[in-house]
Design a protein around this ligand. Structure first.
Ligand code: GLU
Length: 486
């Protein structure tokens, strides 16, 4: 029996399972988990949470040739990383479409038995020869031929000749599709196996789905699927088709062209919280010009009806800026834990012996305010751990201009004699050396920075020198002087 359905999505008290709203995320495990899939999952999750409903995960794995078990794990891990995990009371599943094949076949038998579907033995070539058009839809040739099943005969749904099918789309203002424009589409293949359109509907019915929230690319399927719901005697769900996600050239994000795997973003050091926040804004805005908000608050404000139908730009720069904000908002301890994988092999360019956790702890707060990606941490602190700094030649050319050798020599002597090796006296020292060479501090510190860290940009110099220590600082200045000499 179909469940009674709510027609609106006004927020109710969000205790999981307290409302009959049931949404689902139904990925096909045919590749790396895509950021677009993550956005669909999150919008469904937000609705389920906000409504006190249920989020069903259904893995659409009926295409055995294209599915791989590791991709199923990839989906589960990615969802869990974004906070959608099976232990949460809102979460139901995963269900596997392949385990519901008996019901799919029963449904196709019912459609046939009720005269809503018929067998067809036409080949594509037959249809093209009759219609004179290789791309035309099916011409209805077998509608009244009364064929029974034989291997090789597809089952086609008999679409109504007249009238129109209107779908309730919470985002797109209830589009209407004339039935006469819909061909008699295939519901089961020549080997009897039901196609996606039917399996997807049968599973949604079976799982009591009330709202189908999915990507816009499925909109052409929706009138056909709604007809299937009706033919199978159930009240269709509400639909919501989320806008396409595009790159900076306004092209649909594609795995051939763009970086789309969620895993790749996480591996580079995008924080799951920042990803979640950013993905929630692909097609929707919380209002009041506020964008960086914790997920709970996004959930409260989210209205599926407010999602925009225009395509959503996946702006990696903006995502990165979000990530930097999230990093800065962490307490230092969490930051140190979050960057930990980058501080060790295989991600770190230094060995375990070279690494010094105490030294890292001293510069961590300085680094935290500077990195937008966790992966950026290594470039910021490698000068502390590698025996020699990573020399950036452009920085070298910029900083080691005329007079740099004299300044460095002068600084070297003063550094060797400095009483207290701390940031403040180090700063006074370089300021004084600069003055003797007619340079402001900003210009005076550049050769010292490049000599010691290899780069013109990085952590505050004097704190860096303090942590690096006198001996290593002097050795690096000497090495730079030798290079300038040679
Ligand atoms: N398995 C389909 C896909 O990944 C989803 C279909 C749906 O959400 O209805 O595109």
């Amino acid at each position: 029996m179909p469940r009674p359905r709510r027609t609106t999505l006004d927020p109710v008290i969000p205790a999981a399972g307290s409302s009959d709203v049931r949404v689902r995320f139904a990925p096909s495990p045919t590749g790396m988990f895509h950021v677009g899939g993550a956005r669909s999952a999150l919008f469904n999750w937000a609705v389920a949470k906000q409504q006190g409903g249920t989020f069903v995960l259904r893995v659409e794995d009926t295409d055995a040739a294209r599915n791989k078990p590791e991709w199923v794990d990839g989906i589960l891990n990615a969802l869990a990383a974004l906070g959608m995990h099976a232990e949460d009371p809102t979460f139901e599943g995963p269900y596997f479409q392949s385990q519901n094949v008996v019901k799919h076949r029963e449904a196709s038998a019912r459609l046939y038995g009720a005269g809503r579907a018929y067998y067809c033995d036409c080949t594509r070539e037959d249809v093209a020869a009759r219609t004179g058009n290789a791309h035309s839809g099916y011409d209805g040739h077998c509608r009244d031929r009364g064929l029974t099943y034989e291997p090789g005969r597809a089952l086609r749904f008999r679409t109504p000749d007249e009238g129109e099918t209107q779908v309730v789309d919470l985002i797109r203002g209830n589009p209407t599709f004339p039935n006469s424009a819909m061909e008699d589409f295939v519901v089961a293949r020549g080997d009897g196996s039901p196609v996606f359109l039917l399996a997807n509907v049968v599973d949604d019915m079976d799982e009591g789905i009330t709202h189908v929230i999915r990507g816009e690319e499925h909109l052409p399927n929706t009138p056909k699927q709604q007809l299937l719901w009706e033919a199978l005697g159930a009240q269709p769900p509400r639909w919501a088709h989320l806008p396409v996600i595009v790159n900076e050239k306004r092209q649909k994000l594609s795995k051939r062209r763009d970086k789309v795997a969620l895993e790749d973003y996480l591996a580079e050091g995008y924080l799951p919280e920042a990803m979640v926040n950013y993905l929630m804004l692909l097609g929707w805005a919380p209002g009041n010009d506020e964008e960086i908000l914790p997920f709970d608050e996004l959930v409260e404000r989210f209205r599926i009806e407010d999602v925009n139908s225009a395509s959503a730009f996946f702006d990696v720069k903006k995502l990165t800026a979000f990530n930097g904000e999230y990093i800065r908002a962490m307490d230092v301890g969490s930051f140190v834990s979050a960057v930990d994988p980058w501080l060790h092999a295989p991600k770190a360019p230094w060995t375990e012996e070279q690494y010094d956790a105490a030294a890292f702890g001293r510069v961590a707060p300085l680094a935290q305010s500077r990195v937008a990606l966790l992966a950026d941490i290594t470039d910021n602190v490698d000068f502390l751990f590698l025996d020699e700094p990573v020399r950036d030649e452009r920085s070298w050319a910029k900083a080691m201009k005329d007079g740099a050798a004299e300044l460095l020599k002068d600084a070297r002597a003063a550094l060797a004699d400095l009483g207290t090796w701390e940031a403040e006296p180090l700063k006074e020292l370089v300021t004084a050396v600069g003055e003797r060479h007619g340079l402001k501090l900003g210009k005076a510190q550049a050769p010292v920075r490049v000599a010691v860290t290899g780069r013109t940009i990085g952590l505050p110099l004097f704190e860096s020198l303090e942590v690096l220590g006198r001996e290593r600082t002097l050795a690096r200045v000497d090495a730079a002087l030798a290079r300038l000499d040679g």
